[in-house]
Design a protein around this ligand. Structure first.
Ligand code: FE2
Ligand code: FE2
Length: 313
């Protein structure tokens, strides 16, 4: 993957610095023009810690100027996310309260639209946007593993082992998505569609990296995971039915049918065993579990809202 097209003054200055390695003047970089400019810049700075860009030198992963810039952007983003938070439930009876919190949260459903009404072109657009996450599915949770106690770590590993194909490279969830994309005639190279990713997709992906890469936010990372898993099984069934209705290839449908069963198990594991054990050991992290969970639900809503409005117009 190459560095993306810039979307404003800040991303232009930062991407140029990434490509040339001349980062010394970044302290004087212009502020971001728009939220999209800021989020795309942050996304690219986080990408340095994943597979990175072919046109950026590996040494720049820990360049102090870039790290300092990333820190500024993520602090601002974290403030924005926290300002959106509603009141959280009381800590007693965590798992039941958490499942209720997720069930009571009602937002627009993209899966329902895909199930009954979406056109093939709309679904292809949705799949292109989803490549930004699904092609590195589960990676953001892996950052958290060394930051956990043995008990929580073992439970996270059980879930991750499944996401990563149980040792079989053909069964990685990211790889199942690759096969679905290829058979649907879409580009399965990571980052191929970054230039068309809207603000909401960048925010969702950046939230996962923010929580995963900051130890103090480990509870938010696991809360995000729990809410994500708890809202995946039923929508995955609707996605599969919609893809079938539109005649998408079997491999693309299978990516979603795989998640109907897998995530029905993962949600129990993530809520009860992972977040439950974390909070038994560190009860003071309770509100951060909800910070992550609410962010997962709210960011998914914002994306759904945007796409449904765009398609209705
Ligand atoms: Fe998965
Ligand atoms: Fe899962």
């Amino acid at each position: 993957m190459l560095t993306p097209e810039s979307r404003g003054s800040l991303s232009e200055a930062v991407f140029r610095a990434l490509r040339t390695g001349e980062t010394s003047r970044l302290a004087e970089a212009p502020p971001s023009d728009t939220a999209e400019d800021a989020q795309l810049t942050l996304w690219a700075l986080y990408e340095q810690h994943y597979r990175g860009f072919e046109d950026v030198a590996g040494e720049l992963e820990w360049d102090p100027q870039l790290i300092s810039l990333r820190r500024g952007l993520e602090q601002e983003f974290e403030r924005t996310l926290r300002s959106r938070m509603p009141e959280v439930p009381e800590p007693e009876g965590f798992a039941e309260k958490f499942f209720d919190f997720v069930a009571d949260h009602d937002g627009p459903s993209l899966a329902a639209h895909v199930h009954r009404k979406a056109t093939e072109e709309q679904v292809r657009e949705l799949l292109r946007h989803r490549t930004i996450y699904h092609l590195k599915e589960a990676d953001h949770t892996t950052w958290v593993i060394p930051r956990l106690s043995d008990r929580v770590k073992a439970a996270v590993m059980e879930l991750q082992f499944d996401e990563y194909g149980g040792g079989d490279p053909n069964l990685l969830h990211a790889h199942l998505f690759v096969r679905g994309l290829q058979d649907s005639g879409l580009n399965s190279e990571y980052g191929a569609y970054i230039n068309e990713a809207p603000l909401e997709v960048l925010e969702e992906n950046n939230a996962m990296s923010l929580f995963g890469l900051n130890r103090r936010l480990r509870a938010a990372s696991l809360g995000f995971l729990a809410a994500f898993e708890a809202t995946s099984s039923a929508p995955s069934r609707r996605m599969a039915q919609g893809l079938k209705r539109l005649g998408f290839p079997a491999t693309m449908i299978e990516y979603y049918t795989e998640h109907v069963e897998a995530d029905a198990v993962h949600e129990q594991l993530a809520v009860r065993t992972i977040c439950g054990a974390l909070l038994e050991e560190e009860p003071e992290l309770h509100d951060d579990v909800y910070f992550g969970a609410f962010s997962a639900l709210d960011l998914a809503d914002r994306y759904a809202e945007r796409m449904l409005t765009q398609w209705a117009g």
